[in-house]
Design a protein around this ligand. Structure first.
Ligand code: HEC
Length: 181
């Protein structure tokens, strides 16, 4: 048994004169699917790596948000700040720091068309890009894309919450301040 572990082998990323491209790694054949992914993939039993593949596939095929939890929103806020805020701004109105330096402004998330757009539209824009916006598929995992979509929905609500759905204490404060509804 031990002989199998101790035989000559290449490590990932190592060079080799055996192949024309000088790499020991072979590119996967077109259309092949990984059976293990993520941090748990390197563990010998690999079950966790397989669960990760299934979770990604489920996220890729989902048409709407997973159940929204504080953890999901927190993760979405965190990823949004890294990958979206530079152009779309902290508020989502399309006036981020990169836009202020000359990049074309994206549309505000607070316009009616994007309020009405299905969850999956946001997921697809992150995955495929949109017009001059590049795809973020290589940097944002499918599960994280949904976390970002959940956070964008929260941003939209933050600017367009029906007064009647606010907690009574907040409604009272609003009335006292004389704010316009
Ligand atoms: C480099 C700047 C930039 C970054 C970063 C960026 N976007 Fe965009 N985004 C744009 C621009 C510009 C447009 C408008 C593109 C067009 O209409 O050609 C846009 C459009 C959109 C739209 C509107 C699509 C529609 O139906 O009109 C959504 C939704 C969106 N982005 C979401 C995101 C999310 C989520 C992220 C983060 C993962 C992100 N964007 C990161 C620049 C950016």
């Amino acid at each position: 048994m031990q002989g199998m572990y101790h035989q000559g082998h290449w490590e990932p990323g190592e060079g080799s004169a055996m192949f024309a491209d000088g790499r020991a790694d072979r590119p996967p054949p077109p259309g092949s699917m990984p059976t293990r992914m993520g941090d748990a993939a390197a563990v010998s039993s690999g079950h966790g790596g397989h669960d990760e593949v299934l979770a990604r596939m489920a996220a890729e095929n989902a048409t709407r948000l997973p159940p929204v939890t504080p953890v999901l929103l927190q993760r979405g806020q965190d990823r949004y700040a890294i990958y979206c805020l530079p152009c779309h701004s902290a508020l989502g109105d399309g006036d981020g720091p990169v836009v202020r330096r000359g990049f074309p402004a994206p549309p505000s998330y607070h316009q009616q068309r994007l309020r009405d757009a299905p969850d999956r539209h946001f997921y697809d824009v992150i995955s495929q890009g949109y017009g001059i916006m590049p795809s973020y598929a290589d940097r944002v995992d499918p599960q994280d894309r949904w976390a970002i979509v959940a956070y964008v929905r929260a941003l939209q609500l933050s600017q367009h919450a029906p007064v009647a759905e606010l907690p009574p204490a907040v409604q009272a404060k609003l009335a006292a301040s004389g704010a316009k509804r």
